[in-house]
Design a protein around this ligand. Sequence first.
Ligand SMILES: NC(=O)c1ccc[n+]([C@@H]2O[C@H](COP(=O)([O-])OP(=O)(O)OC[C@H]3O[C@@H](n4cnc5c(N)ncnc54)[C@H](OP(=O)(O)O)[C@@H]3O)[C@@H](O)[C@H]2O)c1
Length: 326
Amino acid sequence: MSGPVRLGVLGCSAIARRRTLPAVADIPELTTAAVASRDAAKAAEFAVAFGGTPTGYDELIADPEIDAIYLSLPTALHHEWTARALRAGKHVLCEKPLTDDAARTRELTGLAREKGLVLRENFAFLHHPQHVRVAELVAGGRIGALRTFTATFGIPPLPAADIRYDRALGGGSLLDVGVYPLRAAQLLLGPGLAVAGATLRSDEELGVDLAGHVLLVSPEGVFADLEFGFQHTYRSRYGLWGSAAELSLDRAFTPPAEHRPVLRIDEQDHAEELTLGASHQFRTSLAAFAGAVLDRGPDEPAWLDAADETARLITEVRERAVRVRG
Ligand SMILES: NC(=O)c1ccc[n+]([C@@H]2O[C@H](COP(=O)([O-])OP(=O)(O)OC[C@H]3O[C@@H](n4cnc5c(N)ncnc54)[C@H](OP(=O)(O)O)[C@@H]3O)[C@@H](O)[C@H]2O)c1
């Protein structure tokens, strides 16, 4: 197809308002063609702010003028609405995580494969070039043999009415922030990670986990030690600890667009900092999605495999976790 891709926005969410739709406006290959809400007044307000025709969910899915859907509903609704969009022949950029479970994710990736449609999970951090630099340094031997990957994503408590505290909507810290360290471990250690242990701290009344700690092992024997939660000061970082040096990156998952990342390398008697260029990772994620819809390059099977792998890890962590009270 020739561009621009006509995007339908499913759900007038906070993330759509704050990050996604302002970035869409900067991408010539994408245009906001319709915005759907359960609330007509909210859809109308979004349409004024970002363009597109205000509409409802069912009407959006049925609209033949829409090529692709950006879906940012609460996580428990991702499966149903992604499946409906794919069955209607639309490409989908779904907010992370694609679903909360391995079988449900496989159903969606299977549908995308069968129909030849683009289906991506919007882990925007994967599109920041800082991780490419990290991978190059590790592959080039800068830290020696990699022994352990550590990653943390923690945020302070949220307002009580937030969807993340609602079990029925797919709440909990594993699905919200925990998926970032899991996906980063996949990115830097490769596929086939085994879950060696996990703990989840849960609020019994709410029925959601508020924090967690996961130990993974790669097929090569590298450990991954991951922590996340809603009960912390803000921390978004990872480190790669090798036989010769340790490489660490702060603000790894949600760096502001203007932030210039600093990679720190610590050796026994020497420390070095490499300052990299800033990047707007929401913009690059959206541009990559639009490019995939327009060109159907060779990368899509790898994106689907990675989504399946993340969902397998989520499921295994939940099954294996030792639960403690929040
Ligand atoms: N990639 C990232 O960096 C990033 C960052 C934040 C969030 N996210 C993901 O984006 C998704 C939405 O997060 P958010 O913080 O933007 O949430 P939010 O502001 O609560 O938005 C969720 C939207 O879903 C729609 N919705 C449909 N049924 C609903 C229900 N029963 N209860 C509440 N809302 C319902 C609502 O839109 P209408 O009222 O218009 O129908 C609502 O605005 C989550 O999957 C989250 O993990 C991703």
